[in-house]
Design a protein around this ligand. Structure first.
Ligand code: LLP
Length: 420
């Protein structure tokens, strides 16, 4: 459930009118509900309370410091994929003992930083990476705790761009060769094997793939045990879907009920890496109608947010509900909601029935809290837009709107061009 609802015909986030925030910060902007974020975290974390576990929030979904801090305050850890995310997690106060580091392309510097930070473990994705981590750890006269990310060949039945556990995937180590990799890892002096990691995809709307993947991974854990390799951490990644339109994904509790029986009698700490399910429906993108255009073949609503702010519709043809911030009785029309970017692919919705819009109207793009701001760019030299967090009847700007000066920070015209 989320806290964006109509009160007297006006969209509110918790107790604050969205239009009021728009007046204060301008448009477009991202808006998040504190209560929704906190209750989503509690739902996931609470569902797995029966077993030792770490809820390591997938920072990539929304990496704003305030959000990281909020989850850390509720006992959360962090699943990171870069030195930048490590920096953010530490700055936000995420305990280092709850940070796990995944990704197919960690570089030596990032590995060294994470070792110095004494994170819980690395989720290792290849034999070469394992050797580099070993080398960096030995140079630091330490040992790196690792899990291998295995690829259990499960079809998560989601968008191909976000399914990650199939044979053809660039992610992880084929589960059939995992034993060999673990044997190698066990011989490396700079490596301490502690776990197994898997993550099969994102926006899953069925528990079955989670269960099948876990069952396969547990067979591996048993085989490892037979070879004297003890597994203390079992990381099942993230991937739980959310309703964008008509999807009916399992609740965290249903997911836990399906998965936890498999773990009975096992002495492991479960690691979860939820991203979307925590933040997706806790955020919206608020945008203003600039123009309406009647075309021969189509009607367009041109808004001030575009693919640089929310790329999911363009990249995955993702559906995001769009609703007027102020209720209206104007008749519906079928329109494309498009942004100001100079690309035909710059749309937020296509062939969408919306109450007819007029310049100045505010629209809310729903379910935009995950992979929204996090995937934003400055394409077309558009400054990053603000992020605002509502708690009760107050709102807080948790990222200021960028200025033009921010756009060119770090750029330099070399001397030979200065006199030209
Ligand atoms: N753990 C690992 C290793 C991951 O690769 C991901 C997401 C997660 C956890 C979190 O998954 P979630 O719970 O959010 O499904 N940009 C795409 C989604 C990419 C997901 C990448 N990995 C989108 O906008 O749909």
């Amino acid at each position: 459930m989320h806290e964006f609802r109509d009160i007297d015909g006006k969209l509110h986030c918790e107790k604050v009118s969205v239009a009021k925030i728009a007046k204060a910060v301008g448009t477009p902007f991202y808006l998040y509900s504190h209560h929704t974020l906190a209750s989503h975290f509690a739902a996931v974390d609470g569902a797995f309370a029966a077993v030792p576990h770490i809820t390591a929030y997938a920072v990539k979904a929304n990496s704003n410091l305030a959000i990281l801090r909020l989850f850390a305050g509720l006992g959360g850890g962090a699943d990171i994929v870069s030195g930048g995310e490590l920096f953010r997690a530490l700055k936000a106060g995420v305990p280092r003992s709850k940070i796990v580091f995944a990704g197919v392309g960690k570089n030596r510097e990032e590995i060294a930083e994470a070792l110095r930070a004494k994170i819980l473990l690395f989720n290792v994705e290849s034999a070469q990476e394992l050797r580099v981590i070993d080398d960096v750890a030995r140079k630091q006269k330490t040992r790196a705790r690792i899990s291998l990310r295995v690829n259990p060949h499960i079809d998560p039945k989601t968008h191909p761009y976000i399914s990650t556990g199939l044979k053809k995937s660039k992610f992880g180590i084929d589960i059939d060769t995992a034993l060999e990799h673990y044997k190698l890892a066990a011989t490396l002096k700079g490596i301490e094997v502690v776990g197994v990691h898997h993550h099969i995809g994102s926006q899953l709307t069925d528990v079955q793939p989670f269960v099948e993947a876990m069952a396969r991974v547990l067979e591996l854990v048993d085989r490892l045990n037979d070879h004297g390799i003890a597994i203390r951490y079992l990381d099942m990644g993230g991937g739980l879907g959310i309703p964008y339109q008509n999807e009916e994904p399992p609740s965290p509790r249903e997911m836990a009920d399906a998965v936890l029986p498999l773990l009975r009698g096992r002495n492991v700490t479960l690691i979860l890496e939820p991203g979307r399910v925590l933040v997706g429906n806790a955020g919206i993108l608020v945008t203003k109608v600039l123009y309406t255009k009647e075309g021969e073949a189509k009607n367009f609503v041109v808004v001030d947010a575009g693919m640089s702010d929310l790329i999911r519709p363009s990249l995955y043809e993702a559906y995001h509900e769009i609703r007027p911030v102020a209720r209206t009785s104007r008749p519906p029309r079928v329109v494309d909601v498009v942004g100001p970017i100079c690309e035909s692919g710059d749309f937020l919705a296509q062939n969408r029935e919306l109450p007819s819009c007029e310049p100045g109207d505010l629209l809310a793009v729903m379910s935009a809290g995950a992979y929204g701001f996090a995937m934003a760019s400055r394409y077309n030299s558009r400054p990053f837009i603000p992020e605002v967090l509502v708690k009760g009847n107050r709102f807080f700007v948790i990222r200021a709107r960028e200025t033009y000066r921010d756009l060119v920070r770090g750029e330099a015209i070399p001397p030979f061009l200065k006199n030209a």
